[in-house]
Design a protein around this ligand. Structure first.
Ligand SMILES: [Zn+2]
Length: 372
């Protein structure tokens, strides 16, 4: 079998001014990714590269590209592959078979920020207000294109963007099918590549795009968006910046709690039980509601009533337990927690302490008995 028959081949084009299609041929068959926006798109081939490189790495083969890559992108791909292969043993290095052209770095002055309507994106938007010109909402990332909440989420982000005086760009893509089809997990690996695809496609409008950090420095697992990864997806016309890695989630929540727009439109829930925008009952909703209550924030899109039984049943990481302790102290000091709720929060913290203490003891027991 030749390299060509087992490799990955990609061909991208502007099907019309606002639509990029990427035809991909892989050992697992052919597939077309379609990305559209409410503004004209650019750089179809460069924007397809981040989508294709992980697929080629997954299959450990050459990526043959119909088109050239610029020298900034070629250098970055080397760094991207070094990082990803150091994290994930199921990925191998892929050779990108395409001409490399030297292009001067020339990026549009506009600065975008990925904006899901959540805590991280509101924090970055509010604290980088002077830099950010555009907010980018992508249908097809956490909300699938046919999800019943797409219209509601769009209405909320449109109102938020208007209130924050930013231009909203709405992008729709079926790129997530690509990662599912090739067994590449969305959070730990592929969503960062998908963001790079969108940023490069929007490079006529925004030369720099901020990626709000999901984690805080020192507690950053291998993840699709990462301070060691995002900026290496750069091209001559586009660069991603990983934003606010130094800020903890409680600090972000305290900041956005002071902002009326965030408190009017916040979207934190990914479970959407009973079709709710924010269900108010899942772990993420509850942690956000408690953190907001601790700093006196009142959010229209989250229920005001907090179910003590659900809080008492939360399973917390050690970091989340620390944050919960701070919330208990803050709510006690401010008199904003009922005895029921405070007791439930304490139960969740105590359970977490017992669990992690057992885990550490078990780890020490095993380590002490290992013969090396
Ligand atoms: Zn929820």
């Amino acid at each position: 079998m030749t390299g060509h028959s087992t490799g990955v081949r990609g061909s991208a084009r502007l099907a019309d001014p606002t639509t990029i299609t990427v035809d991909v041929t892989t050992p697992r068959g052919a597939f077309t990714v379609t990305t559209t926006a409410d503004v004209p798109l650019a750089a179809p081939t460069a924007s397809a590269v981040p989508l294709l490189v992980p697929v080629a790495m997954r299959h450990g083969h050459t990526l043959r590209l119909d088109g050239a890559v610029d020298d900034t992108q070629a250098a970055g791909l080397d760094r991207v592959q070094t990082t990803l292969t150091s994290w994930y043993s199921h990925l191998g290095r892929a050779t990108v078979d395409a001409p490399v052209v030297e292009l001067p770095v020339d990026r549009a002055a506009g600065v975008g920020c990925f904006f899901s309507g959540g805590v991280d994106s509101f924090y970055s938007t509010l604290t980088r207000d002077e830099r950010i010109t555009h907010l980018i909402f992508v249908v097809g990332f956490d909300l699938a294109p046919g999800h019943p909440l797409v219209d509601t989420a769009l209405t909320e982000v449109r109102r938020a963007a208007e209130s924050l005086n930013k231009t909203l760009v709405v992008v729709r893509t079926d790129v997530r099918e690509m990662s599912d089809r090739h067994g590449m997990s969305w959070g730990p690996l592929y969503h960062g590549a998908a963001m790079a695809h969108v940023a490069i496609a929007l490079s006529d409008h925004v030369g720099t795009v901020l990626v709000p950090s999901s984690f805080v420095r020192g507690q950053t697992p291998p993840w699709g968006t990462h301070p060691d990864l995002d900026h290496h997806w750069a091209t001559a016309t586009s660069v991603l910046e990983h934003d606010a890695i130094e800020v903890t989630r409680p600090t972000k929540i305290a900041r956005i709690a002071q902002d009326p727009t965030a408190m009017e439109h916040l979207r934190v829930c990914w479970q959407n039980r009973d079709g709710a925008y924010n269900c108010g009952r899942c772990e993420k909703c509850l942690r956000t509601m408690l953190a907001l209550r601790a700093v006196g924030g009142r959010c229209r899109t989250l229920p005001h009533h907090i179910d003590s039984d659900a809080v008492g049943a939360l399973r917390l990481t050690s970091g989340q337990a620390r944050a919960m302790r701070r919330n208990i102290d803050a709510m006690t000091a401010a008199g904003t927690g009922t005895p029921d709720l405070l007791a439930a929060m304490q139960r969740a913290v105590d359970r977490s302490d017992r669990y992690w203490s057992r885990m550490f003891r078990a780890h020490a027991w095993v380590t002490a008995r290992l013969p090396f």
